[in-house]
Design a protein around this ligand. Structure first.
Ligand code: ZN
Length: 139
């Protein structure tokens, strides 16, 4: 995604395009800490980066990361229904939402410290979790 100035109409349009569920969404590749997805037709569209998932993550953290990934890919939090503010790209989760920054950051840091860089275990794919958790398939 090209860098656009937050607060401009073009920036808001770009964010809205990222969440356009009518456009195809597909997994691109694993990055060191994140997973890259692509939304839209090619050439064109937008790359979306979401936090990666590993099987060594404690189940509560994994659930939070799943919710965070879904929010990042759809524009709506599956847990608290927060929607992305297209002017800023930010989510304002409910205070008790496990996908919000205050709830996810500490367990994430604790997990990363515990496993280090090379003992994270097996990488999990978005479509795997979608099949296993709710039976839906990736778009
Ligand atoms: Zn939320």
């Amino acid at each position: 995604m090209t860098h656009l100035e937050p607060g401009t109409a073009r920036h808001a349009a770009e964010i809205a395009r990222v969440f356009d569920g009518r456009q195809p969404l597909r997994f691109l590749k694993h990055l060191p800490n994140d997973d890259a997805f692509h939304r839209g037709e090619q050439p064109g569209g937008a790359v979306i980066s979401v936090v990666g998932m590993w099987d060594s993550m404690p189940p509560p953290l994994l659930d939070a990361v799943r919710a965070r990934r879904e929010a990042s890919l759809t524009g709506r939090c599956p847990t608290c229904d927060a929607v992305c503010d297209v002017r800023t790209g930010a989510f304002w989760h409910e205070n008790d939402c496990h996908a919000g920054d205050p709830m996810i950051e500490r367990p994430m840091v604790a997990w990363a410290r515990k496993v280090g860089r090379f003992a994270r275990g097996r990488r999990l794919l978005e479509d795997e979790y979608r099949r296993s958790s709710d039976g839906r398939t990736a778009e």
